[in-house]
Design a protein around this ligand. Structure first.
Ligand code: NAI
Ligand code: MG
Length: 507
């Protein structure tokens, strides 16, 4: 049972009406050709929230046609003018931030105060950031001699496909749409079946500022709607964020037509705490890096806690107090710190990991456990922050991405051993190092196998900083100028002979 404070009831006010939304294809709102729909639920209340089209291959074909038709004209718009439109989208998104945040909280179960508002802010910032970078889509000249003009151009690819998950749906959609469109591509983005509403709201705002067909957003299930997008012959690139298993399938499909695929996949990120970091701010940092207030449904969750043996027990004791003070409850309630898990399947999966831990005699439960069977927390898919101690790094809970609030704590004495364990994972996304000795912390930061390392902080990604993983956590980098150039443009080299013989005078 939970040590956490009791959950609050649902937010006051009448039940919202079901939101019925359509897909944006070629500048028009459209249902699926089949007419079928998917019901979107509020996981904090297990109630229907909206419905969206259940798109399939034929809908993808229509969206790709629309994107392909819009491409030539969009690619010819001067970069600064494309940037100006993105800046206007950023302003429009900012004006509707609170509405977007409430929609994100309702469909994802992520708490409004601790998560959804920040995500909505990031969406507006992403459009502004990439809008401001439009002038940087420039090539170089190479000094090959006076007789040669050699220069390069950063050209858009054409129709880009993007597939996003549900855990930060609006942010991830913005981080694909903004750089792709800024660079002169057109895009077909498939939203996640569990959280398409905020993405459709963003699509609507983009629609007000972009020519028809530049951005197309389709909704549907992975196999039915995502797979045909990933394998579409006219889609020149597929940018995917989601599970490692699906990422591999997308890469295989792309291999058929040699299309590049930036993949942002799972993680099992280590947090290494040195003995000199036995302090309160580090406890707060561990709670943040574990993303407990996002139900740990984050690819960068620091879910393996390597604690130095000298501070192991006292640190864990105080971490339990910190964790138990977090309030679990309705995502829209302002007092809620931790919301709900996205859906029943993920909830069951997370509970399965907890049950596995409870069945292991060698693992010690220090806080949390299975969700309560009665009371207000049964209203939604509420998992309880859970910590297992005395686990081994080889154990399933220490190796697999749980995508729920289950932290494993592993003691260490020797620094090399800590780093060896940290690196003993098929993932390599994020890592966190905690020590006041900066030399030591940076040695560890450099030795750890991860695409992104934070020292003495556990915050989220920052715009402008290339972000992505190594090993099975993915390939490619996004979120930065370099990411936009590498992921969403192709370099063309042009050589001009400046030494052709002069025209002979006409006889
Ligand atoms: P998923 O990878 O199945 O879903 C992500 C997106 O891919 C969704 O839009 C989905 O419709 C689409 N998709 C699914 N199958 C596809 C296919 N065959 N072809 C093309 N698109 C497809 O993730 P899911 O099932 O929602 O979650 C399962 C696990 O994945 C989680 O427990 C977590 O471990 C991991 N995950 C990691 C994320 C990350 O940020 N790296 C995000 C979401 C899930
Ligand atoms: Mg799946």
């Amino acid at each position: 049972m939970s040590d956490s404070q009791p959950a609050s009831g649902p937010a006051p006010g009448p039940k919202p009406a079901i939101l019925s939304k359509q897909m944006l294809i070629g500048g028009a709102w459209q249902p699926a050709v089949s007419g079928r729909t998917i019901v979107v639920k509020n996981p904090g209340r297990r109630e229907p929230l909206g419905e969206v089209p259940r798109g399939e291959k034929v809908d993808i074909d229509r969206a790709v046609d629309a994107a392909a038709a819009a491409f030539p004209a969009w690619a010819r718009v001067a970069a600064r003018d494309r940037g100006r439109r993105l800046l206007a989208i950023g302003e429009a998104l900012e004006a509707r931030q609170e509405e977007l945040a409430r929609l994100i909280a309702s469909e994802t179960g992520n708490a409004l105060r601790t998560q959804a508002r920040g995500e909505a802010r990031m969406v507006a910032d992403a459009f502004r950031y990439f809008g401001g970078l439009a002038g940087e889509l420039k090539g170089v000249t190479i000094p090959l001699g006076e007789g040669q003009l050699s220069y390069s151009r950063r050209e858009p690819l054409g129709v880009v496909g993007a597939i996003v998950p549900w855990n930060a749906p609006a942010q991830l959609a913005a981080l694909k749409i903004a750089p792709a469109v800024c660079a002169g591509n057109t895009i077909v983005l498939k939203a996640a079946e569990d959280a398409p509403l905020a993405v459709l709201m963003i699509a609507g705002i983009c629609h007000d500022h972009l020519p028809p067909g530049v951005i197309n957003v389709v909704t549907g299930y992975g196999e039915e709607c995502g797979a045909p997008l990933a394998s579409h012959p006219r889609v020149r690139k597929v940018s995917f964020t989601g599970s490692t298993a699906v990422g591999k399938a997308i890469m295989r499909a792309a291999a058929e037509r040699v299309a590049p695929v930036p993949l942002e996949l799972g993680g099992k990120s280590p947090s290494i705490v040195y003995p000199d970091a036995d302090e309160d701010w580090v406890l707060d940092g561990i709670v943040a890096s574990m993303r407990f207030t996002r139900q740990s449904q984050s690819c960068t969750a620091g879910s393996r806690l390597f604690l130095h043996a000298d501070i192991y027990e006292s640190f864990l004791d105080r971490l339990v107090t910190r964790t138990a003070a977090l309030r679990i409850g309705d995502p829209l309630d302002e007092t809620t710190d931790i919301g709900a898990i996205i859906n029943e399947r993920q909830f069951t999966k997370v509970c399965g990991y907890v049950a596995d831990g409870l069945n292991r005699p060698e693992a010690r439960l220090v806080t949390g456990g299975l969700p309560p069977k009665e009371g207000p927390l049964t209203r939604g898919y509420f998992a309880v922050p859970t910590i297992f101690a005395d686990t081994s790094n080889d154990w399933r809970l220490a190796r697999e991405e749980i995508f729920g609030p289950v932290l494993v704590a592993i003691p260490w004495r020797d620094e090399d051993e800590a780093i060896r364990m940290a690196n003993d994972s098929h993932y390599g996304l994020a890592a966190y190092i905690w020590s006041r000795d900066i030399g030591r912390a940076l040695r560890a930061a450099h030795a750890v196998e991860a695409g992104w390392v934070q020292v003495n902080q556990g915050g989220g990604q920052a715009l402008g900083q290339s972000y992505g993983g190594i090993k099975e956590s993915g390939i490619g980098r996004e979120m930065s100028l370099e990411g936009m150039l590498d992921s969403f443009t192709e370099t063309k080299s042009v050589n001009v002979n400046l030494a052709i013989p002069p025209l002979r005078a006409a006889r």
